[in-house]
Every structure is written in structure tokens, then in C-alpha cells.
Design a protein around this ligand. Structure first.
Ligand SMILES: [Mg+2]
Ligand SMILES: [Zn+2]
Length: 253
């Protein structure tokens, strides 16, 4: 089998429980309004999740929760120092050249607030997620990435209504027009399965243990023709370790 030197690679990160060591949506309410957190848990099967979080944010605002409260909660959210080290080191390396993409079902404000607090505001070339913005009264207004009133993604893999990360990965690759020698996808959730299915055999998924992505790979991976290499991790220090030990070559496509 012929091999090829890795000159350019793309690292794709899911955000909640992948780059960050918690789930932003749930965390904000756990810190600031446990009553809203409980309600989200009770009714989550009956509504689209992003819509529910948007509603929770309106309730939080009505209860007097401020922009500063939300920013404060996000800045203290668990985020492993080894993850900060790991991504900074691999980005700083001259070879291979690494591009970072974030595909997330959180939202633009939660993600940028946390990245800034960790000195990672320049990490990603693009962040594809649900759009959010502060209104003048301090309400965080959140919308689905895919407008519920417009065309839907119709993904057959069962992606959430607000985003299909597989088609977002394809669209990013098309926009960039770059042929990456290797793509590494770091994820944990059920909606990370679709993009992982689109990876080639020279690509790699870093799948977090004990969460939905691990189960989907085990139950559906073979049947749906999963081609990429699969590496498992539990703590962020293991992602840092895998990044340090990545092979310099991949099988030629
Ligand atoms: Mg996740
Ligand atoms: Zn999909």
C-alpha cells in the first residue's frame, strides 16, 4: 500500500463534551436557574432542543438573569487544560499545517465567550453553529442554524433538525477547495455520526467513550460503511496524547 506525507490536515471539533468538558446549554441553566434546567429535562422529548434553549433563555431574562451572569457561568464551565495545550500545540506546528473547523449544536455566543476566556478565539477558521445575539436589554436571542420555516436538511442518518453536521462538513470542504491529506474529527454525540460516516480511510475519528457516538459507531458503523480509523478517548489529556503521536504519513487515497 502506498503512503503519503501529511502536509495539510483538517481537525473538526464538536464543542459540547468534545472541545469543552461539559454541555453549554445545560450548564448555563444549572448554574443560573436550576428550575429552568429541570423543565428542559422534563419536556425535551416534545420539542426541538434549540427552540427549548431559546425559550429557557427568555425565561432566564424574565427572572432577572443578565448578560454578565451568562458570561460568568460560561467562563467557569469545565474545560480541560490539556485540551487547550493540545490544540494550541498542533496549530502552532509548521508541519503538517492544521486547519480547525467547529461544528456545534450550541450557539455562537456561548462558544465565542468560552474560546475567548481560554485564549482560543483564533483557533477556528470557521464555527458552524446556531446563531445567537444579545439584544439591547441583555436577552440572548437564539435561533436554529436551519430556519424551521425554510428548506430542511432531510438527512437520512437522523441528524437533529437544527443542523446536519455531515452536509456542513461537505459544504466547508467545498468552500475551502483544499484537499486535506487527513481529516480528524473529535466528537461524542449522536449527531457527530453523520460527518464521521463521510470520512475516508486515511481520516480518523477521536470518539469520546461512554456517549452516544460510541454507541452509534458500534451499532451502525459497519452496516453503514464506516471507513475511517476510530480512536477512543475519555479524558482530554488523551486527545492531547493522540495529537502528539499522529503518524506523519497516511495511506494514499
Ligand atoms: Mg458534543
Ligand atoms: Zn446528517
Amino acid at each position: 500500500m502506498s503512503t503519503k506525507q501529511v502536509e495539510r490536515q483538517l481537525i473538526v471539533f464538536d464543542f459540547d463534551w468534545s472541545l469543552a468538558d461539559q454541555d453549554t446549554d445545560r450548564w448555563v441553566f444549572e448554574v443560573l436557574a436550576p428550575d429552568i434546567r429541570r423543565n428542559l429535562k422534563n419536556i425535551k422529548d416534545d420539542f426541538e432542543w434549540t427552540d427549548l434553549v431559546a425559550r429557557g433563555l427568555r425565561e432566564l431574562h424574565e427572572q432577572g438573569g443578565t448578560k454578565e451572569d451568562i458570561q460568568g457561568a460560561l467562563r467557569i464551565m469545565p474545560f480541560h487544560p490539556a485540551m487547550v495545550r493540545g490544540v494550541k500545540t498542533i496549530k502552532a506546528a509548521a508541519k503538517p499545517q492544521t486547519t480547525f473547523l467547529c461544528l456545534s449544536s450550541a450557539n455562537s455566543v456561548f462558544i465565542s465567550t468560552i474560546l475567548e476566556s481560554k485564549g482560543l478565539q483564533d483557533l477556528f477558521t470557521e464555527i458552524v453553529t446556531n446563531p445567537a445575539e444579545w439584544d439591547p436589554s441583555g436577552l440572548l436571542k437564539l435561533r436554529r442554524h436551519i430556519d424551521p420555516d425554510g428548506p430542511q436538511h432531510n438527512c437520512p442518518v437522523g441528524c437533529d433538525a437544527n443542523i446536519c453536521k455531515g452536509s456542513e462538513l461537505d459544504a466547508f470542504l467545498k468552500r475551502r477547495g483544499t484537499d486535506y491529506d487527513r481529516i480528524i474529527y473529535v466528537g461524542d454525540g449522536s449527531n457527530d455520526f453523520c460527518p464521521v460516516l463521510r470520512l475516508r480511510r486515511q481520516d480518523m475519528v477521536l470518539c469520546r467513550r461512554h456517549r452516544s457516538l460510541e454507541r452509534r459507531i458500534a451499532q451502525e458503523g459497519e452496516g453503514l460503511g464506516l471507513k475511517c480509523q476510530v480512536r477512543y478517548w475519555a479524558g482530554a489529556w488523551e486527545v492531547e496524547e493522540i495529537f502528539k503521536q499522529l503518524p506523519e504519513t497516511v495511506a494514499a487515497s
